[in-house]
Design a binder for this molecule. Structure first.
Ligand SMILES: Nc1nc2c(ncn2[C@@H]2O[C@H](COP(=O)(O)OP(=O)(O)O)[C@@H](O)[C@H]2O)c(=O)[nH]1
Ligand SMILES: [Mg+2]
Length: 365
């Protein structure tokens, strides 16, 4: 049950992180009783990892989400041994788990070119089957994007992401290695009193340089797709990237980060997000926090000084805005509770969606 709930319908607005497909292997060809001819075997269906594929692209390219391989040829006088049906290869993103409809894991695609057979073609008719061919396997399968963590930290350099990760996880975060990414995210585990554990990822280099070299920034942003929720981190006093560049307030930081995500992939902005306002131990922090909260209430009124192309199309409505100090620990427990609440809420929604999907399936039977 727990396993199932992980697999069904994780969906945030436009953001796609799993898909359900129908696959069927080709039927075998008929044998030829008169001459003992053997029908061709039906083609198989394969899922193949391709670095240029994303689930969103997949969905757009195959709206039907139906894949059937070629049938084996019938045995004939000209070709006693019927030709084998053509295999069907489905290009899928790297870093996915492929599961059957009942939740059983069929396999994983971790590196470019990894392949997995998902539906076998039927055997051709032979003497043993009275020359009757068999059908190919037919089933629904799911492609699930593998997650790096429940929460992904999003922030400019020096906002305090590393400090926060340490404060949240009461320990040194571990460096995780994933076959599907060359990036090595730092993962902190947050432990709750009921022993529930959630993971928070700090991706090295995220955003750093995105303002200078968007292409490079985007490379890092890609991995934000693999977290359930986003945890924005800003310095309550704002930031200055270099002595020559302009001073930016915490509000500016929020909007610039949003814009970076949006430029990479608009759907990313529809993920549930929380905002951490860090460094609340600094002088005047309370006043600045109050100002930030006011600006977030009606962001449109505070965009006059923004260049047109830096204004996000949609401002994020944060589920929680949480002031903390990563160094003194102020507010960190409250943040933990907010994170938990947000994830639990989402899990609740998933469960409801599963339930509805099951009801729909039952009604359609
Ligand atoms: N005063 C204060 N400084 C902080 C706080 N959190 C982080 N810092 C400092 O800010 C700097 C950048 O922190 P770091 O965690 O490395 O930021 P990152 O680049 O976002 O990972 C370091 O000098 C930290 O000591 C905080 O809550 N209060
Ligand atoms: Mg850091």
């Amino acid at each position: 049950m727990v396993q199932l709930s992980r697999l069904f319908l994780r969906k945030y607005g436009n953001f796609v992180d799993n898909l359900r497909l129908y696959v069927r292997g080709g039927s075998g060809g008929m044998g030829l009783p008169r001459l003992g001819g053997q029908g061709g075997k039906g083609g198989d269906v394969w899922v193949v990892a391709n670095k240029n594929m994303t689930l969103k692209r997949f969905k757009d390219k195959h709206p039907q989400k139906r894949f059937v391989s070629g049938a084996g040829a019938n045995s004939s006088v000209r070709a006693l041994k019927g030709e084998t049906g053509k295999d069907k290869e489905i290009s899928a993103p790297i870093g996915i788990t492929v599961t059957a409809d009942d939740g059983k894991i069929l396999g994983e695609l971790n590196v470019e070119g990894d392949r997995l057979m998902v539906a076998k073609g039927g055997a051709g008719g032979t003497l043993h089957t009275a020359f009757e061919p068999s059908r190919g396997q037919a089933k629904h399968i799911r492609l699930d994007l593998k997650l790096i963590a429940d929460m992904g930290l999003v922030g400019f350099p020096n906002a305090g992401k590393s400090s926060l990760l340490t404060a949240l996880s009461n320990a040194t975060p571990e460096i995780a290695s994933y076959a599907f990414t060359t990036l090595k995210p730092e993962i902190g585990k947050v432990l709750y009193e009921d022993y529930k554990q959630i993971s928070v990822a700090d991706l090295p280099g995220l955003i750093e340089g995105a303002h200078l070299n968007k292409g490079m920034g985007h490379k890092f942003l890609k991995h934000m797709e693999r977290t359930k929720h986003l945890l924005f981190v800003v310095d309550v006093c704002g930031f200055q990237l270099a002595s020559k560049t302009a001073y930016r307030s915490a509000f500016d930081a929020v909007q610039l980060l949003t814009k970076e995500l949006e430029l990479y992939k608009e759907e990313l902005v529809s993920k549930p997000a929380l905002l951490v306002v860090n460094k609340m131990d600094l002088p005047d922090a309370e006043d600045k926090l109050a100002e930030l909260k006011e600006q977030l209430q009606s962001p449109q009124e505070f965009f006059d000084l923004f260049p047109e192309d830096a204004i996000p199309k949609n401002c994020i409505t944060f589920r929680h805005v949480v002031p903390v100090s990563a160094t003194t620990g102020l507010g960190v427990d409250h943040l933990k509770r907010c994170i938990r609440e947000s994830l639990d809420e989402e899990a609740e929604r998933e469960n409801k969606a599963i339930h509805e999907e099951r009801l729909r399936a039952l009604r359609n039977q």
